[in-house]
Design a protein around this ligand. Sequence first.
Ligand SMILES: *[C@@H]1O[C@H](CO)[C@@H](O)[C@H](O)[C@H]1NC(C)=O
Ligand SMILES: *[C@@H]1O[C@H](CO)[C@@H](O)[C@H](O)[C@H]1NC(C)=O
Ligand SMILES: *[C@@H]1O[C@H](CO)[C@@H](O)[C@H](O)[C@H]1NC(C)=O
Ligand SMILES: *[C@@H]1O[C@H](CO)[C@@H](O)[C@H](O)[C@H]1NC(C)=O
Ligand SMILES: *[C@@H]1O[C@H](CO)[C@@H](O)[C@H](O)[C@H]1NC(C)=O
Ligand SMILES: *[C@@H]1O[C@H](CO)[C@@H](O)[C@H](O)[C@H]1NC(C)=O
Ligand SMILES: *[C@@H]1O[C@H](CO)[C@@H](O)[C@H](O)[C@H]1NC(C)=O
Ligand SMILES: *[C@@H]1O[C@H](CO)[C@@H](O)[C@H](O)[C@H]1NC(C)=O
Ligand SMILES: *[C@@H]1O[C@H](CO)[C@@H](O)[C@H](O)[C@H]1NC(C)=O
Ligand SMILES: *[C@@H]1O[C@H](CO)[C@@H](O)[C@H](O)[C@H]1NC(C)=O
Ligand SMILES: *[C@@H]1O[C@H](CO)[C@@H](O)[C@H](O)[C@H]1NC(C)=O
Length: 638
Amino acid sequence: MCCWTGMMFITMISVHGVASSVTISPSLQGNRLTGKIPEVIGLMQALAVLDLSENELVGPIPPILGNLSYTGKLYLHGNKLTGPIPPELGNMSKLSYLQLNGNQLVGGIPAELGKLEQLFELNLANNNLEGPIPHNISSCTALNQFNVYGNRLSGSIPRGFQSLESLTYLDLSSNNFLGPVPAAIGDLEHLLTLDMSFNNLSGHMPEELGQLQNIASLILNNNNLRGEIPDQLTNCLSLATLNVSYNNLSGIVPPIGNFSRFSPDSQVTNVGFFIFPPPWSGPPKLVILHMDMAIHTYEDIMRITENMSEKYIIGYGASSTVYKCILKNSRPIAIKRIYTQQPHNFREFETELETVGSIRHRNLVSLHGYALTPYGNLLFYDYMENGSLWDLLHGPAKKVKLDWETRLKIAIGAAQGLAYLHHDCNPRIIHRDVKSSNILLDENFEAHLSDFGIAKSIPTAKTHASTYVLGTIGYIDPEYARTSRLNEKSDVYSFGVVLLELLTGKKAVDNESNLHQLILAKADDNTVMEAVDPEVSVTCMDLTHVRKTFQLALLCTKRYPSERPTMHEVARVLISLLPAPPAKASAALPKTIDYARFVIDKGQTQLNAQQLHPQVDNSSSDAQWFVRFREVISKNTH
Ligand SMILES: *[C@@H]1O[C@H](CO)[C@@H](O)[C@H](O)[C@H]1NC(C)=O
Ligand SMILES: *[C@@H]1O[C@H](CO)[C@@H](O)[C@H](O)[C@H]1NC(C)=O
Ligand SMILES: *[C@@H]1O[C@H](CO)[C@@H](O)[C@H](O)[C@H]1NC(C)=O
Ligand SMILES: *[C@@H]1O[C@H](CO)[C@@H](O)[C@H](O)[C@H]1NC(C)=O
Ligand SMILES: *[C@@H]1O[C@H](CO)[C@@H](O)[C@H](O)[C@H]1NC(C)=O
Ligand SMILES: *[C@@H]1O[C@H](CO)[C@@H](O)[C@H](O)[C@H]1NC(C)=O
Ligand SMILES: *[C@@H]1O[C@H](CO)[C@@H](O)[C@H](O)[C@H]1NC(C)=O
Ligand SMILES: *[C@@H]1O[C@H](CO)[C@@H](O)[C@H](O)[C@H]1NC(C)=O
Ligand SMILES: *[C@@H]1O[C@H](CO)[C@@H](O)[C@H](O)[C@H]1NC(C)=O
Ligand SMILES: *[C@@H]1O[C@H](CO)[C@@H](O)[C@H](O)[C@H]1NC(C)=O
Ligand SMILES: *[C@@H]1O[C@H](CO)[C@@H](O)[C@H](O)[C@H]1NC(C)=O
């Protein structure tokens, strides 16, 4: 039983969590748990996430798990589970992620899974499942990723797939599927990857495949397809990989994409060929967006970085590696090398980069240029001496103590940068990934927001492939996650989480506990102030400012986007909390924060607040916000 000590932990948490909405997500992932999954887990109805993946669990999946009617994520992948998939799992009505891949499961895919209306990802790959894909799967209309790679499934590909309109990833490869590729697959307009390789599919490649506007990988090798490659595939401008090897196709390769290896009239030879263009098929291309890099050539960059040598690496992101190097004018720059999937469309990518390069604001990290190279896509940014806010708050060094005023100024800088993106840029830019590791600090500790404007062209890293929703766990607006509809209020939500991080010194997610939920629970008991970082309590002269910042953070993270303030409003509230500048000190602080500007803004804030009265003009959203802000403050202080 020693190996199940972790279970005691869950039991305890679930007892506390049963009646509340607090997210409980014990992760026992990768712990070498052995033995069977205990049935008792089925009693823990409040579990939001059950993650037992990558252990050595044996035996069947207990049908009683179907009673976990509040569980959104069930991860049992990477174990040695046997037996069938219990149809009871179809009762887990809140399930969004179901990953049973990499086990030894047998039997069919239960039709009951069709009841999972919120299912976003279904991964059953690498098991021993048999029989057809049930038609009921077409009722899982939220399904985004469907993977049954490496089973013994048979029958034809259900036509019902066409109703899975949200699918971006469909992998049916390495099974025994028969019959044609249904023309209706062409209706899946969001599809990025379609893999049906290593089956026994027959018939022609349907010309409707040409309707897949976004498709990046079309993989049909090792089947029995015959006839010609449809000309319509030339409409698939994002297609980067097309593999039709080992079929019985004939005819001419249509001029698809920018495939340098095949001229438009290449003859299809024999029974197979494939096309796989290199990441960037042209010669290396360096585009300078700002004058300060103007004297550099691509060769200079390669010389300076010794062909992107490891010794210049200063950090790793989810989808990139960051290098530091010194330009010829002895100015340091950060080079971000994106190593995930290629942008779907280079032209769109370049247009976006040019837009980003044209944006300059004191609280935004500038993009100086970019290069499309055999080493991947390189983006050249300002180098920020003092690293990220995440590092300062949670990093291993943690030698710097951040006093309250510094934290407030960092929050103000980030808020102003974000407000600029939301309200002053044309086109307006939604950041999509606001978090403390994207708030960088220059040598004066002024905040600069990084990584904005290119999220659309850069798919999330493979390791995060389970979410099509962009963002980082702990910061993602739940309304955006639920609806996939993005607006700038999603950034406001994430910014609210950053405020909580600044106030408490805690990570957005730690040990699977969620900071926002924690603070909400404390707000209910009126014990929020207990969560304040000691470094803040000892350096803040007026703790009502801390309380107000908590309230602002809670407004930012309100459930409904329309109830959240705009970033302009957030910035003004924060500025109003700054201490008045000492009369003669202003000359001594020219480089850090622009006090003069704060004083003006602060004056406006007070003016706005004073103007308020019940008949206030509804069109003035600022005014409304200050009313609500004051309400919240008074509610929580009395
Ligand atoms: C599982 O749920 C069903 C239906 O709600 C209920 O009858 C059954 O008692 C539950 N099982 C356990 C062990 O709680
Ligand atoms: C759970 O699923 C099983 C099998 O699909 C079914 O018989 C049972 O009625 C379901 N229970 C509930 C509470 O829906
Ligand atoms: C499968 O779907 C059909 C309707 O398409 C429905 O009648 C049937 O009950 C479903 N089966 C299960 C097990 O949910
Ligand atoms: C594949 O299908 C053909 C008929 O289309 C059949 O003759 C062949 O036996 C099938 N192969 C497998 C491995 O099922
Ligand atoms: C295409 O399929 C063939 C045959 O299975 C395989 O050898 C080749 O590596 C594949 N090409 C790519 C680019 O995946
Ligand atoms: C390939 O297609 C040709 C006709 O295009 C046909 O004669 C031949 O039998 C097919 N080969 C196989 C293995 O199906
Ligand atoms: C960088 O690559 C070029 C061309 O491949 C090569 O000539 C040069 O020696 C390399 N430089 C270093 C420092 O590896
Ligand atoms: C694709 O090729 C065409 C013609 O060779 C060229 O004009 C165009 O710029 C290329 N597009 C990209 C993204 O390389
Ligand atoms: C911040 O940057 C300045 C200038 O490079 C440096 O002197 C200082 O040590 C840095 N502070 C921290 C905490 O890293
Ligand atoms: C997380 O867990 C570690 C070790 O189990 C513990 O030391 C730490 O205090 C926990 N952090 C939080 C925020 O609960
Ligand atoms: C303001 O707008 C709300 C709804 O948007 C409306 O209910 C309310 O009556 C309006 N108040 C005034 C004073 O116009």
